[in-house]
Design a protein around this ligand. Structure first.
Ligand SMILES: NC(=O)c1ccc[n+]([C@@H]2O[C@H](COP(=O)([O-])OP(=O)(O)OC[C@H]3O[C@@H](n4cnc5c(N)ncnc54)[C@H](OP(=O)(O)O)[C@@H]3O)[C@@H](O)[C@H]2O)c1
Length: 262
């Protein structure tokens, strides 16, 4: 009996140590040099009928971006799937175009269905088969080039491309299939000739934003960000042409741990 208790005790201590080491590996590496981005009051003048086409607006970050843009008077068009839950977008009065970004013909049709001055894609999916992280975004980039919609903002993730080394081993394991796809999508966009901005968020949190979200060109940073703060940074990046041609990490500048102070 004593030996059994000793074994259980030993296993418990080992488990606590493993969890502790894994948790400590999640400590953020915060940016030293955030860039200054400025959101306008509205991206369009009164006689401008152009719209911003969002892929991924049905929920989370993309939906908050749609809300922010429409609240300040921008026109937004959301590309949604036949299976998407569009209740939130319908409540907002967002114009909808139905298709599937994995099917380039539907993306082409969407881009020629209106006058779009910019495109945002937040598309990604860990549980989808096939995953859209490369193919859907590659279709969007190709169709934007063909339709001559010059401005495109792509949301990927810290860990993609030259930011791979900075992420914890746990994230590398968890995202081992996703990160190469996001990296390919980034490469495709850089080679496209479009006026692009790539934003790589850290780990996403869904509580209310802190206002501490920042963008940085540093590729050796890691951390966390609230979707509300990320959405505000995306709007600012769409507005601010100084972000064209940049690959930027998006982080909460004050958040050291995923679980601290929400
Ligand atoms: N979770 C994290 O911690 C984390 C960290 C860093 C980066 N990211 C990345 O950040 C981005 C935004 O993440 P999020 O959690 O805010 O949003 P999300 O919940 O992942 O939303 C993904 C959006 O993509 C749409 N979508 C997926 N496949 C599609 C397809 N084939 N055609 C059209 N739409 C499609 C979804 O539409 P439906 O409603 O139809 O499914 C949804 O609107 C993602 O790219 C994600 O990978 C996430």
């Amino acid at each position: 009996m004593r030996l059994f208790l000793k074994i259980i005790g030993g296993l418990f201590v080992a488990l606590v140590l493993v969890i502790g080491v894994l948790a400590l590996s999640l400590e953020a590496k915060l940016p030293k040099a955030p860039i200054d981005v400025v959101a306008g009051t509205t991206g369009r003048s009164a006689d401008d009928e152009s719209s911003i086409l969002i892929f991924g607006a049905t929920r989370n970050t993309g939906l908050i971006v749609a809300e922010l843009l429409q609240a300040r008077g921008d026109r937004v068009t959301a590309f949604v799937r036949p299976t998407s839950n569009t209740a939130a977008l319908q409540a907002l009065g967002t114009e909808l175009i139905v298709g599937d970004a994995m099917d380039i013909e539907t993306v082409r049709a969407a881009m020629s269905a209106g006058h779009f001055r910019s495109v945002l894609t937040t598309i990604g999916c860990l549980s989808c088969e096939p995953p859209p992280d490369y193919q859907a975004n590659a279709n969007i980039i190709k169709a934007a080039v063909e339709a001559d919609i010059r401005r495109l903002v792509l949301i990927t993730s810290i860990g993609a491309g030259d930011s791979y080394d900075v992420i914890p081993s746990l994230s590398k394991r968890f995202l081992e299939k996703t990160l190469p796809m996001k990296t390919r999508a980034e490469d495709e966009l850089r080679a496209s000739g479009l006026d692009y901005t790539i934003i790589r968020p850290g780990g996403l949190r869904s509580s209310r934003g802190t206002g501490n979200g920042v963008l940085t060109e540093e590729n050796d940073v890691f951390g966390f960000i609230f979707r509300e703060d990320l959405a505000a940074l995306i709007v600012a990046a769409l507005d601010d042409d100084r972000t064209i041609g940049l690959t930027l990490a998006a982080l909460d500048a004050k958040r050291k741990w995923p679980w601290s102070g929400e």
